[in-house]
Design a protein around this ligand. Structure first.
Ligand code: G3D
Ligand code: MG
Length: 198
């Protein structure tokens, strides 16, 4: 028993130094995923073209964690390919265009389609309510209600408002993801180890 606890402690203290995590960033087309990725990576607002496959970048926005962020195209015809990227996900960033009231319902359907995927088990989610700069943007509680976030029970989630063009709210989004992912990875590894020692 003592040996088990000391091994678990080593594991946890190792993890608290630095974590590498696979983050999948999804959301309907034009919600702002690619703009977010390159704002974090380069701190530049890039001219985007609709992403057909995926963009992938390793970013270290928060000390102690490196994210490999998969920004996957959101157009209807390629949405069914999303699941291939979910297998190794440690966290989901789900981007919503807060100005697109007409498709909030569609965004909700797609979100639960992803969360119900068997590979997503209890992976944590950060919802970025993007485009808060636009005058008619829905506020956070309207987006949260529209996505029915309170029905999410067996995973941790957070919603954060942002404007990808200026970068407002992106640090906070990454910080939230980093906190949730660290606790998710620690918990998964501890459970794995516990099973081994049973
Ligand atoms: P996607 O990768 O999710 O498909 P993009 O989305 O990053 O390609 O962005 C789609 C459009 O939304 C782009 O405009 C982009 O500039 C714009 N956009 C992204 N984030 C914001 C934001 O926070 N505020 C505003 N006002 N616009 C944003 P274009 O005109 O190039 O199609
Ligand atoms: Mg894109």
């Amino acid at each position: 028993m003592g040996q088990l606890i000391s091994k678990l402690n080593t594991l946890v203290s190792g993890l608290s130094r630095s974590v590498a995590a696979n983050i999948v960033m999804l959301g309907l087309d034009a919600s702002g995923k690619t703009t977010i990725l390159y704002k974090i990576k380069l701190n530049e607002t890039v001219k985007t073209i609709p992403t057909v496959g995926f963009n992938v970048e390793t970013v270290g926005p928060i000390k102690g964690i490196n994210f490999t962020v998969w920004d996957i195209g959101g157009q209807e015809k390629i949405r069914r390919l999303w699941q291939h990227y979910l297998k190794s996900a440690d966290g989901l960033i789900y981007v919503v265009d807060s100005n697109d009231k007409d498709r909030l319902c569609k965004a909700r359907e797609e979100l639960y389609g992803i969360l119900n995927n068997e590979n997503m088990r209890s992976v944590p989610v950060v919802v970025i309510a993007n485009k808060q700069d636009l005058p008619d943007a829905m506020d956070l509680s309207t987006v949260a209600d529209g996505l029915d976030l309170n029905r999410i029970k067996q995973r941790q989630w957070k919603i954060q408002g942002a404007c990808a063009k200026t970068g407002d709210g992106l640090f906070e989004s990454m910080k939230a993801m980093s906190d949730l992912v660290k606790s998710y990875i620690n918990k998964s590894l501890l459970e794995e180890k516990r099973d081994q020692y049973k």
